[in-house]
Design a protein around this ligand. Structure first.
Ligand code: ATR
Length: 274
């Protein structure tokens, strides 16, 4: 039951109708007995309205503001404080309102690193990151923090070069199967393979071998062509839903201060997707 004491968390995006965050967070509130204390809603707003959104957050006392595409960068100038990690990544996906002080955080990098660390010790492992956009920035930050040996490749070569320079890692203009075979982990941070282009993969299947770990950030479809090829060749695969789950559990903890019920959130997420 919601009461006059119930606090509001809100996700904004454009569009946001497909977001699974409200489902995931509301089921988590229920699971840990916070159903009366919190509610998690969604609003689709154009990025040009960011100032009005932030005014509303302050005026209405919204306690947690989640920013998804394309708001993660646009929100930054309106905040009172930015966590140093979010600053380094250059994107904010979670804003915490503490008595009117708005502080921005990034939990996307945790979302990528937790699933990897469950399967491999990342230090000195060769990791190929495909893509150099916002998601790649969070992933590369986490990998470098874990002391992985990172190589970035991107359709627009200059962006890969710049990201590699910024995070002190390697880049390649192009990749062939022989190079990909040398990598312990391959991560797709691009939208290649996303519905409605579900038959596309960012790499040739000849670069995939048994023992490799393949991770995708695309979660629609649940199993992308990239992961399907990986499974076929005996690689360990990590679905895009895992990054979504763990950025969400970290965010739940930021907003509520309570440990996240991971299994419940995972179950809700998978029910929403499958
Ligand atoms: P996000 O915040 O989700 O990472 P983004 O910042 O727009 O989104 O980055 C999208 C990434 O996917 C980029 O690396 C982009 O490559 P470019 O830098 O060349 O644009 C990559 N990408 C998107 N569509 C692609 C495609 N069809 N083939 C290869 N790369 C693609």
């Amino acid at each position: 039951m919601k009461t006059a004491q119930t606090k509001i968390c809100l996700i904004i995006g454009d569009p946001v109708g497909h977001s699974l965050s409200p489902l995931m967070h509301n089921s988590a509130y229920k699971a840990v007995g916070l159903e009366e204390k919190f509610v998690y809603l969604a609003s689709s707003v154009p990025v040009s309205k960011m100032k009005s959104v932030i005014d509303a957050v302050r005026t209405l006392g919204i306690v947690g503001l989640t920013c998804t595409v394309p708001h993660k960068i646009a929100v930054i100038p309106f905040l009172d404080e930015i966590d140093p990690v979010a600053k380094k990544i250059g994107a904010v996906n979670s804003v915490v309102n503490t008595n009117g002080v708005l502080k921005g955080f990034n939990t996307d990098w945790v979302g990528a690193i937790i699933p990897l660390k469950k399967r491999i010790q990342l230090a000195n492992k060769k990791v190929l990151v495909i893509g150099a956009g916002g998601a790649a920035r969070a992933v590369v930050y986490g990998l470098v923090k874990e002391k992985a040996s990172v190589t970035i490749v991107n359709r627009t070569v200059e962006k890969a070069k710049q990201l590699a320079r910024e995070f002190t890692c390697a880049h390649r203009d192009t990749i062939d199967a022989d190079f990909i075979l040398t990598q312990d982990v391959v991560i797709n941070t691009t939208s290649v393979g996303m519905h409605p282009h579900a038959d596309e993969s960012p790499i040739s299947p000849d670069g995939i071998r048994k023992g490799q770990i393949l991770m995708d950030i695309v979660y629609a479809p649940y199993e992308t062509e990239f992961l399907r090829q990986g499974k076929k060749r005996g690689a360990t695969i990590i679905h895009g839903t895992e990054m979504l789950l763990f950025q969400g559990t970290a965010q739940f903890e930021l907003y509520t201060g309570v440990p996240a019920p991971v299994e419940v959130m995972e179950k809700t997420l998978l029910q929403g997707i499958l």
